[in-house]
Design a protein around this ligand. Structure first.
Ligand SMILES: O=P(O)(O)OC[C@H]1O[C@H](O[C@H]2O[C@H](CO)[C@@H](O)[C@H](O)[C@H]2O)[C@H](O)[C@@H](O)[C@@H]1O
Length: 946
């Protein structure tokens, strides 16, 4: 599925022991010492950290401000030892293992009637944590699915008594396999299956490594290679129901399997599962490479079309399964790129559903995402969520930037405004179940023997350990090349260092099906070269094992390492590095970590390397091997603290807590409500005297790239004409546009009143003359503004100046969005520091523009003047005022209207845009089309009333 799938920690099918507060053990040096002595629990007096420890804890939790959440001073509970902020937070988030619920005053659900304190949580992940095997007429066989162990551990945690959630997991069955005929000996079955794989992909590896020399016993029968192309399995309805029953209760909660097939699931129908690998294809051949900065050569696009159809169907089937089980108030948490479309598909079915989405993979720069043919569909699909989480800040920044560049949505580091809704974007680096790893790595019988066995085999040698999947993004080739350079440049280490590199088969669909197995071939060549150059008859400096490891073998290997070496060239989060740190709690061996791994940001104490700088990696290996004990201990302490405070349970709860906080802060009760059209219509019908004030760009017409192209449609003109033809209606356009533009496009509607350049010019209804309110003002400032604008135009590709009679506008919509916005901030500052200090002018930030105009007049001034003209006293004032605008300059009108003492139900100030927008308007409409629709509704009633 994703990068944490690198881990070898497989679910064992057994319920986990109750885990007691892993996070709390990391605060104190003494506590660390205790923990690192491999004693399973700390003495009672060491179990609580002190206040001094809080800052370091918070430094590890992105986005959590200790001050903001520390309420220890205000609580009226009996005084105990004062808790640290971190401890208090953990307790409140039930991370301490005492299963205490989040206190009501901190729980965002208490602010929101739809959100309950303890509720149902539906997780959606591509595959369920079991491999299912089918034999007609009998129970399904369920085997633990390897990979993505961190995610599966998170499900375990959410389903455990440690949280208050009732957890349901929705996931694909995975490729259903038939149960092998038991009459064929297992070894024969394995051989048959292996025969279907490329010859150089067998367990012993292409270079014929002598398995007798393997440091770890390899039991291939535990992981027989499976054939992903199992075809034509027919599954009856009763059999599907039987699987439902078998999965109804598990250590992961209730599991609802999704059946992916072409057939509709009619009662009594059997479904045929064929070419099951097709459900992965779009995600793993198109999305996975793209997310990892890999691009295909051009194709005729036909296969991609088919894969896309499957991808869409898979997401739809997930949506159907969730919608059928959904109850109001449920929270849905969707995982990873196989399910990018699911948030929007679900929202179409259930508009008010609460959805969080988490991407386990990297997210590349918009320059890459732009290459995807379905870029818009993918981005808008995921934007159906309320919050989207990423492993690192740079991935989240890339995503927000993509939404701006590809979709034209406004975004910042907090989120994206999409289709009138705010979608929060946040960062949650994933963790591991540190305590379970600790138990597995130190508490299992027999493991010490395996550790001793490896040590003996390489006695007198330093052991570098690498353990990766055989995907091209894991940087195994770079690692071997760097190791070769290391042996070349540091000859003193020859014969004294061994690199044990274990690679499990790739999970990437495209690479799995590569008949030439290019990566495996490349690795094999590199291994042979290095061993040929630097090895001898009795020793090979690279011990290469292309195979699965058992959990025991894996942890033993991580424990004996003198250096952990991770050279991945792109990686969402590398959980092997986190597991290595837990396993090194006695040895304190250094970790060399690629800066291209998402984990690097959370592990600053590792030795960071650039995997493309082979000489640099070689130097880091030398440095790690020579590192003094004190330095090793110090570095490891920091790494270890991070791993055991940022566990998979803290990750899960942080994500959900933030999701709920976001949901409550964007609660409709605090946002601007949608215009109540019923109320509007009622007052409109009652009123005999009505005043309309409309902004133009972004209100009557959508925003477009070229200002000259934003011309009113026929529909807009007809609507305005009908509205203004009613003698009870005074209709005004109050715009930043100049006279020439308004005359050209609306001048032929004599009943309209027009105001140009933010109030500098006015044309009364049924008049052809324009009043110039700026007539007597000194325009000397224009020259200075032009000079500043020109300076920025020359330096901002795509920007241009619009010269009006009075106001001047610098446009940057066609420039790079981020650079344009940056230059606009600089330009504004330059103007405010110079021209605006000298002259009575205002610098305003509009929609991808900066405008300068005199301060003596603005749209609010015109609104005030019109209300006064049409009558502002009771009995004389218009009984219906509708004022609509979309940008900052229109807020002056909304504020002006508040100053009149008019009955509330007579005045409708409406902003066009998201309900989450900061505004002084009382109502909102989403887009210009809604504005015209509303006016047409009023027109139709006017007509009936006559
Ligand atoms: O007060 P308004 O009627 O909303 O006019 C404000 C400015 O609108 C125009 O620019 C904006 O709309 C353009 C067309 O959609 C768009 O390309 C540009 O990026 C927007 O800033 C107009 O060009 C300005 O003169 C108006 O002041």
């Amino acid at each position: 599925m994703s990068d944490e799938g690198n881990s070898a920690h497989v679910p064992d099918g057994q319920p986990d022991p109750v885990i007691v507060g892993p996070g709390l053990k990391a605060f104190k040096e003494e506590a660390y010492q205790e923990a690192t002595n491999a004693t399973p629990s700390l003495p009672a007096d060491k179990k609580n950290p002190t206040d001094d420890d809080a800052p370091s804890y918070f430094a590890n939790i992105p986005g959590v401000k200790a001050e903001a959440l520390d309420t220890t001073q205000t609580r009226s509970q009996p005084r105990r030892r004062k808790m640290s902020s971190g401890e208090e937070l953990l307790r409140r988030l039930s991370l301490t293992g005492d299963a205490s619920p989040i206190l009501p005053e901190l729980d965002p659900r208490s602010q929101h009637p739809g959100l309950k304190l303890s509720g149902r949580l539906i997780s959606a992940a591509f595959c369920i944590p079991y491999k299912v095997q089918h034999k007609a007429g009998s129970d399904w066989e369920l085997k633990p699915r390897s990979g993505t162990s961190a995610l599966f551990d998170s499900f375990k945690h959410l389903a455990s008594k440690e949280t208050q959630w009732s957890h349901t997991l929705v996931g694909w069955t995975g490729e259903v396999e038939p149960i092998l005929d038991t009459k064929i000996p297992l070894q024969q079955a394995v051989a048959n299956a292996a025969a279907k794989l490329p010859t150089n992909a067998t367990a012993a590896g292409p270079m014929g490594i002598n398995k007798a020399a393997a440091p770890i016993p390899v039991n291939v029968s535990q992981h027989p290679p499976s054939n992903p192309l199992i075809d034509g399995i027919s599954v009856e309805k009763a059999e599907r129901e039987r699987l439902d029953q078998q999965l109804a209760s598990s250590q992961y909660g209730r599991i609802l399997p999704v059946w992916l097939s072409d057939e509709s699931e009619e009662p009594h129908d059997s479904i045929l599962l064929k070419d099951q690998g097709r459900w992965r294809r779009y995600a793993e051949r198109e999305l996975y490479p793209l997310l990892h900065y890999k691009q295909h050569g051009p194709t005729d696009g036909r296969s991609e079309q088919r894969w896309w159809a499957d991808y869409t169907r898979l997401n739809q089937l997930f949506a159907d399964r969730i919608a059928a089980d959904y109850q109001e108030g449920d929270v849905v948490w969707i995982h990873d790129y196989h399910l990018f479309l699911l948030p929007s598909l679900l929202r179409q079915r259930i508009p008010n559903i609460y959805i969080g989405f988490y991407l386990h993979s990297p997210f590349p720069s918009s320059e890459f995402v732009r290459c995807l043919a379905k870029r818009k569909e993918v981005l808008t699909g995921v934007l159906g969520a309320n919050m989207i989480g990423f492993q690192t800040f740079s991935y989240s920044r890339h995503f927000s930037s993509c939404c701006t560049r590809v979709l034209g949505f406004e975004s910042n580091s907090a989120g994206v405004d999409a289709y009138g809704a705010h979608v929060a974007v946040d960062v949650f680096p994933i963790g591991i179940d540190a305590q379970a790893i600790q138990k597995a790595a130190f508490g299992e019988p027999g493991l010490e023997k395996t550790v001793e066995g490896i040590r003996k085999l390489y006695a007198g040698k330093k052991i570098i350990v690498g353990r990766d999947r055989l995907d091209s993004v894991r940087g195994v080739a770079q690692k071997l090349q760097a190791f070769e350079i290391f042996l070349e440049r540091y000859p003193e280490w020859r014969e004294k260092v061994v690199l044990i590199q274990v690679t499990s088969p790739t999970s990437v669909e495209e690479e799995k099906e590569d008949p030439e197995n290019k990566i495996a071939g490349q690795i094999a060549n590199l291994v042979s070269t290095i061993n040929g150059r630097f090895g001898s008859l009795s020793f090979s400096p690279v011990q290469y094992y292309p195979q699965y490891l058992s959990q025991q073998e894996y942890f033993a290997l991580l424990r004996v390492a003198d250096v952990g070496l991770i050279t991945t060239v792109r990686d969402g989060m590398n959980t092997t590095s986190l597991e290595y740190i837990v396993c090194q709690q006695n040895n304190h061996s250094p970790l060399i970590l690629s800066e291209f791994s998402g984990t690097a940001g959370t592990l600053p104490s590792a030795l960071h390397i650039n995997p493309w700088d082979l000489v640099g990696v070689a130097g880091a290996i030398d440095k790690a091997l020579k590192m003094p004990v004190d330095q090793r201990k110090d570095q490891h302490l920091k790494l270890y603290k991070h791993v055991i405070t940022n566990t998979i349970s803290t990750w899960s709860l942080m994500f959900l807590h933030r999701l709920l906080t976001n949901l409550s802060s964007f609660d409709q009760s605090v946002a601007t409500p949608a215009l109540d059209r019923g109320k509007l219509l009622k007052q409109y019908r009652k009123a005999r005297k009505r005043l309309f004030m409309f902004d133009y760009d972004g209100t009557l017409t959508p925003i477009v790239k070229d200002p000259q192209a934003a011309i009113p449609s026929d529909r807009v003109l007809r609507t305005l004409k009908t509205l203004s033809a009613d003698p009870r209606n005074a209709v005004w356009i109050i715009s930043g546009r100049d006279q020439a533009f308004l005359d050209e496009w609306m001048g032929h509607l004599p009943e309209l009143g027009l105001s140009a350049e933010h109030g500098c010019f006015i044309r009364q209804p049924r008049s052809e003359d324009w009043e110039n309110l700026a007539e007597r003002s000194d325009m000397g400032w224009q020259k200075e503004v032009i000079e500043v604008f020109q300076h920025y135009t020359e330096r901002t590709q795509g920007s241009f100046i619009e010269r009006k009679r009075v106001a001047l506008t610098w446009h940057y919509r066609r420039a790079d969005p981020e650079y344009g916005a940056f230059q606009a901030r600089e330009c504004r500052k330059a103007l405010e520091d110079t021209v605006a200090k000298k002259w009575n002018v205002e610098v305003m930030a509009g929609k991808a523009n900066l405008e300068v105009r005199p301060t003596f007049v603005n749209k609010g001034f015109i609104a005030t003047r019109l209300v006064n003209e049409y009558g502002s006293e009771p009995g004389d004032a218009p009984e219906f005022i509708l004022c609509l605008g979309d940008d900052f300059t229109d807020e002056d009108m909304f504020r002006a209207l508040q100053k009149f003492n008019l009955p509330q139900d007579h005045v409708y100030s409406v902003t066009v845009g998201a309900s989450s927008k900061q505004t002084d308007a009382s109502w909102h409409l989403l887009e210009p089309a809604d504005v015209i629709g509303t006016l047409q509704m009023l027109n139709s009633t006017s007509y009936q009333d006559r």
